[in-house]
Design a protein around this ligand. Structure first.
Ligand code: PAF
Length: 284
């Protein structure tokens, strides 16, 4: 496994891989890796023969200095985990390498970014789009892997690639949960024991709402109320949003139907957690 920090070194390695006709699979991350990230890498390894992982805590996608500062980091642990996965290349740039000066370009996709998390985190998706576009230009992957825990992010990136005719297949991979049901996230590391048990109510609430939907309840307001009531039994939980959206355009639906997504954002002891569930007939 090779670790590079500069764009030049990265491009040299990518050039060599392309010369050897390797299929490049890319997993962009902000580090503090967990099983969710590793599942993306394992998926990439099934389909590609040269795997690149980037670790870069992108300041442009944080809308609070405090959140950026508190974002967990442990690069040594990350590199050990990646070594075990036997990936080919890690790109770990410093901030100045990615943003030698403040970029003048502004990328947006209002019809998808002005919804769900985008309403509550102004500038977040614009920062994600910017860094992912830059990383895509640098890594030139054939396929790129994103977790569906960040469903909105996955849709936005897929749309960017389509709109800009980029020759990259964007692959959405299933959300991974702990046995407790909590969606894996680097942010979970900031929760206390009580926070952890309150956070477990999030998935429980989504499951109960899905069961109600399976029994015939289709009114979004009723389903949202059920979820809110359950989540708020946790004294450390504060609901930011609960929405039931169409999986393609992320518009709120008037009636919950098969394939729709229930998406939530909850603050548990000031840690922002997101989760979602698809309305389908699969077991929960
Ligand atoms: O999902 C993330 O970890 C980040 O938003 C990403 C895609 C690596 C861009 O910084």
């Amino acid at each position: 496994m090779k670790v590079v920090k500069s764009k030049i070194e990265l491009k040299q390695e990518i050039y060599k891989a392309k010369q050897e006709n390797k299929i490049i699979g890319f997993v962009p991350t902000m580090g503090y890796l967990h099983e969710g990230h590793l599942s993306l890498i394992r998926e990439a390894k099934k389909e590609c023969d040269y795997i690149v992982v980037s670790i870069f805590v992108n300041p442009k996608q944080f809308n609070s200095e405090e959140d950026l500062k508190k974002y967990p980091r442990d690069y040594e642990r990350d590199l050990n985990l990646l070594e075990k996965e036997a990936i080919d290349l890690v790109f770990m740039p410093e901030i100045e390498e990615i943003y030698p000066e403040d970029p003048k370009i502004f990328i947006d996709m209002p019809s998808l970014t002005n919804k769900l998390c985008g309403i509550h985190r102004p500038g977040h998706f614009q920062g994600v789009l910017l860094v992912v576009l830059k990383l895509f230009h640098l890594v030139e992957p054939n396929k790129a892997y994103f977790g569906k825990k960040d469903y909105q992010q996955y849709k936005i990136i897929k749309q960017m690639v389509k709109d800009l005719d980029m020759d990259i297949e964007v692959i959405g991979c299933p959300l991974i949960r702990e046995d407790s049901g909590i969606a894996l996230s680097s942010r979970n590391a900031r929760l206390s024991n009580k926070g952890y048990s309150d956070a477990q109510l999030i998935y429980r609430a989504l499951q109960i709402a899905k069961k109600e939907w399976l029994k015939g309840e289709t009114k979004p307001e009723t389903l949202k109320e059920i979820i809110k009531d359950i989540i708020e039994t946790g004294s450390l939980n504060r609901v930011e949003y609960i929405e039931i959206v169409d999986p393609e355009n992320l518009e709120n639906v008037k009636e919950a139907k098969e394939g729709d997504i229930i998406a939530v954002a909850v603050y548990t002891e000031n840690v922002r957690l997101i989760d979602n569930i698809e309305l389908n007939r699969e077991d929960i």
